[in-house]
Design a binder for this molecule. Structure first.
Ligand SMILES: O=C[C@H](O)[C@H](O)[C@H](O)COP(=O)(O)O
Length: 231
């Protein structure tokens, strides 16, 4: 089974958690896209579903398949958010942000009553950190934030970290919110929750791609079918 089939299987399993009348957090990336397609299909069958997208790409996709997009207000309840991940450990801590959508994704995952991660089985790891950790920072005096990031990483045992401004075709990648991404090659992260907290304390850091203690359930698709962690 190829990775795409695993992603699709995971998305189909997550769809079993959708009820007929729900507000959904719609994730970003190639795996979350399978889930958006399913939501569109359910809407075409008459289900009363609406979505809050975590990126402009997902907004366009959701609108294309007929899902109503809402702008949340303070009373909005996101019943269920479903998103992909770049890595997931056995405690359901994640690295996300490979597609530069981490800030919006974290806002929605945190707000949701239930957050389900879907991925092909290659994303399951014993410990986070082989995937470079994306950190979303403000473009204002951004080099100062990178210097602070380097210091904080060194204080947390990552003196050898390699930090890189994410760029494409010689241009810095801008997130949907106009921010920058610093990819941090760290290696094995022993205490992701402590690192997430330390990074969040740096002025100029908007969010790191560490999602600790937020995931209720992770669904992995692969050769041998579905594996579910959490409930
Ligand atoms: O910023 C992007 C997101 O965190 C994605 O959910 C993550 O990178 C996984 O993407 P994919 O499902 O395409 O592997």
């Amino acid at each position: 089974m190829d990775k795409e089939a695993g992603k699709r299987l995971a998305a189909e399993e997550a769809a079993n958690h959708i009820e007929r009348d729900m507000t959904l957090g719609l994730g970003t990336g190639s795996t979350a896209a399978y889930f958006v397609d399913i939501v569109g299909k359910l809407v075409s069958e008459g289900w009363d579903l609406r979505g809050v997208p975590t990126s402009e790409a997902t907004r366009e996709h959701a609108e294309r398949v007929g899902v109503e997009i809402i702008e949340p207000d303070e009373a909005t309840v996101i019943d269920l958010a479903v998103d992909g991940a770049d890595e997931a450990d056995p405690s359901l801590n994640l690295i996300k942000g490979g597609g530069a959508a981490l800030l919006r994704e974290k806002i929605i995952a945190y707000a949701a009553k239930k957050f389900i991660v879907i991925a092909d089985k290659s994303k399951r790891v014993a410990a986070l950190g082989a995937f470079p950790l994306p950190v979303e920072i403000s473009p204002y005096s951004w080099a100062l934030t990178v210097a602070a990031l380097r210091r904080t990483l060194a204080d947390n045992g990552f003196a050898e970290a390699n930090l890189e401004l994410r760029a494409r075709d010689g241009e810095a990648v801008k997130t949907d919110g106009g921010n920058l991404i610093i990819d941090c090659r760290l290696g094995r992260i022993e205490n992701p929750a402590a690192l997430e907290k330390a990074l969040a304390a740096i002025p100029g850091v908007l969010e790191s791609g560490l999602f600790c203690g937020m995931t209720r359930m992770a669904i992995f698709g692969g050769e041998d079918g579905i594996t579910i962690n959490g409930a």
